[in-house]
Design a protein around this ligand. Structure first.
Ligand code: NAD
Length: 269
């Protein structure tokens, strides 16, 4: 007898990431798609939308979908305005949340950490599911120990609703945590046009590019005396995130409490 499959709900199932995620769960023998939720849900069958055979219908209300006790892990790809509430809902109902939606605030993360500890449940927010992107962030953290001066250029498709990206914010905070010496400010850092130097997160300037043709890309540039180190990652299609989604779903229940980043499960952190 094989092992019992992990029962998965996907929220945001009609979105670009949600659809890819439903396909991925349906194709994995050890995962079972028990619930698919999207606020845009109408009577369209999910199978028609995905172009694959499935009995699962679409539901509109996440709370309704999670309260039946047939979900082990919630995967959320929705909108920054609702993702923290979805994670909270999952924890309240005994479901482990894996949140892929970007832009969770530090207050929301603190709240989820507290709730997960209270409920003795695991949970994970993953700013970037691409394995290469996780490594890029870890390499950037390593480089910051020796080259504290860094700037980030993140590039995404023009339908992304938030800026800067969750990956850029996370990379900036990792750089700051790992700097061994304070950075020297440029002698003249006056902006002749507001925004010319990008945004500043954890003392790292972040430049956000939004253009059709792009998917998700990031360059972290470190400057030293007479040298430059560039670490770059490119996601060329949404499939690049799916190995990480499967890995997170399969392993999230190994975590004690709520964590940020796939690196905790990859034994990199
Ligand atoms: P999208 O707009 O294509 O899809 C979002 C879906 O969520 C839509 O179908 C929408 O109807 C649904 N939705 C919104 N609010 C809802 C609610 N309250 N309840 C149920 N469904 C709701 O967006 P997308 O391109 O799929 O991206 C979704 C999120 O994932 C974004 O925040 C994006 O930045 C993030 N993202 C993360 C990664 C990662 O690796 N972590 C990779 C790509 C995108």
């Amino acid at each position: 007898m094989g092992e019992t499959p992990i029962r998965v709900a996907v929220c945001g199932a009609l979105g670009r990431m949600g659809k890819e995620c439903c396909r991925t769960v349906l194709a994995a023998d050890d995962l079972q798609l028990t619930r698919a939720v999207d606020r845009l849900s109408d009577d369209r069958a999910l199978s028609a939308e995905l172009g694959v055979e499935t009995e699962i219908g679409l539901e509109k209300d996440l709370h309704e979908a999670l309260k039946h006790g047939d979900v082990d892990v919630l995967v959320d790809f929705t909108h920054p305005a609702v993702a923290a509430e979805h994670a909270r809902m999952a924890l309240e109902l005994g479901v482990a949340p894996v949140i892929g939606t970007s832009g969770l605030s530090s207050e929301a993360l603190a709240d989820l950490t507290e709730l997960a500890a209270q409920k003795k449940l695991p949970g994970l927010w993953v700013p970037n599911f691409a394995i290469g992107a996780v490594l890029m962030m870890q390499f950037a953290a390593m480089a910051a120990k020796f080259l504290p001066h860094a700037e980030i250029i993140e590039l995404h498709h023009d339908r992304k609703v938030d800026a800067p990206s969750g990956t850029a914010t996370r990379t900036a905070s990792l750089i700051q945590e790992n700097r061994r010496e304070p950075i020297q400010r440029p002698i003249q850092d006056e902006e002749l046009v507001p925004g010319a130097r990008g945004s500043e997160i954890s003392q790292v300037h972040v430049h956000s590019v939004r253009l059709p043709g792009l998917l998700a890309h990031q360059e972290v540039v470190f400057g030293g005396q007479g040298e430059l180190l560039t670490i770059r990652h490119d996601s060329f299609d949404r499939g690049s995130f799916m190995e990480g989604v499967k890995f997170a779903v399969r392993n999230v229940r190994r975590l004690e409490g709520f964590a940020v980043g796939l690196e905790h499960l990859m034994e990199l952190a």
